[in-house]
Design a protein. Structure first.
Length: 377
């Protein structure tokens, strides 16, 4: 049966406006001007946004995908992040042996087949990375991207596959093969020079994983991966907006350098999101949360304790963006990056009914995934 969401301020293509959103069959059936007194689920003046999409989610709710690549872990991660407005996500595996990658791909395929809410595919972050920009990744797992790896990376039957690689660990020809096979390819953990990144972009590289972090920087005579990313106006750049991964001034400069609709928020979240316990292990290493950032025993950044709603609010506070711009970086931009813009990322007829309701302070009150509502906050 159809359900009308009434008395809300809705983010449409025209901006925030009073509107009624009608859901039917897991989709948005209609978006029409609000009519006083019409029946339906009363949103009490709250803000209705497209559901947030996070393309880099390592963990949440006490579960870590790399350590526990199972359907149950994926469900726990999705449930933890749903409380903060994420209605679509890619469970993210950090560098490991190809056998472990195969297990993770099978788990995501099974999760989608089982209808685990919100799973859009998988993000395989490594092991085709640069040892000099490894971050928390285990460099002993690194390898070049060969034909055997290609077969594995193109094996997911359901959902999207995003692969983060260092372009210097492969060739433009291999990047082109991957993209033609439907894989979304991003550069990250890379020490490549400008020319290598440019060649990768020309071959189909679609984005940059956590821009600025773990990549060759922009300098006066060598633009590096950062310079190539800022110059290019078509690729997408992921940003971890917690005030620590990227300095606020650097964030503001980046947003002025290239088109806004090619930036997207990511969390790079670990298992601590949604948990009171802020210490855990990852691949046998002790990790703890310090000032909102996950670090190992040496102080190396190992991801974040960030959720998408907080990232959105941080973006508005740090960069002065309005709510429509900030929400777009959490919804329509990642949807377009994944090639899912016809399905998710907007409040419009025909889109999947993936929605998030926030109060005046932009705190999440309720979500819908394919029309199924979560318990009110």
């Amino acid at each position: 049966m159809a359900e009308a969401l009434v008395n809300g301020r809705v983010l449409t293509s025209r901006g925030m406006e009073p509107a009624t959103v009608v859901l039917a069959g897991g989709r948005i059936a209609e978006v029409r001007p609000a009519a006083p007194g019409e029946p339906g689920l009363d949103l009490a003046g709250g803000c209705l946004f497209p559901g947030f999409i996070d393309t880099q989610v390592n963990g949440g709710g006490g579960a870590l995908f790399t350590d526990t690549p199972t359907v149950a872990a994926i469900a726990a991660i999705g449930a933890a992040h749903r409380r903060f407005g994420t209605t679509g996500f890619l469970p993210t595996l950090i560098s490991d042996d190809l056998d472990a990658v195969a297990v993770a791909i099978a788990a995501v395929d099974a999760a989608i087949a089982a209808g685990v809410p919100g799973v859009l595919g998988i993000h395989i972050e490594g092991p085709f990375l640069s040892a000099s920009r490894k971050g928390i990744h285990d460099a002993s797992k690194f390898r070049t991207l060969d034909d055997a790896a290609f077969d594995l990376l193109t094996s997911l039957r359901r959902g999207r596959t995003l692969v983060t690689l260092a372009p210097e660990a492969t060739t433009p020809q291999m990047i082109r093969r991957l993209t033609k096979a439907g894989v979304v390819v991003a550069a990250g953990h890379t020490d490549a020079d400008y020319q290598t990144i440019r060649a990768a972009l020309d071959a189909g590289l679609k984005g940059f994983t956590h821009l600025f972090n773990a990549m060759s920087p922009l300098t006066s005579r060598e633009p590096g991966a950062v310079g190539a990313a800022l110059e290019d106006q078509e690729s997408w750049c992921g940003l971890i907006v917690d005030g620590r991964h990227v300095h606020p001034a650097v964030l503001r400069v980046a947003l002025r350098a290239r088109r806004r609709d090619r930036f997207m928020l990511v969390t790079d979240a670990l298992s601590s999101v949604g948990m009171a316990e802020k210490s855990f292990t990852m691949q046998g290493r002790a990790i703890r949360v310090v000032d909102g950032v996950c670090v190992d025993e040496n102080g190396t950044i190992a991801g974040s304790d960030l959720d998408m709603a907080s990232a959105m609010r941080n973006l508005m506070a740090i960069a002065g963006l309005d709510v429509g711009e900030a929400v777009a970086m959490a919804s329509s931009a990642p949807a377009a990056f994944l090639g899912l813009e016809a399905e998710v990322g907007r409040i419009a007829p025909g889109q999947r009914a993936n929605l998030v309701l926030c109060d005046a302070d932009l705190r999440v009150q309720r979500t819908w995934i394919d029309g199924e509502a979560s318990t009110p906050a």
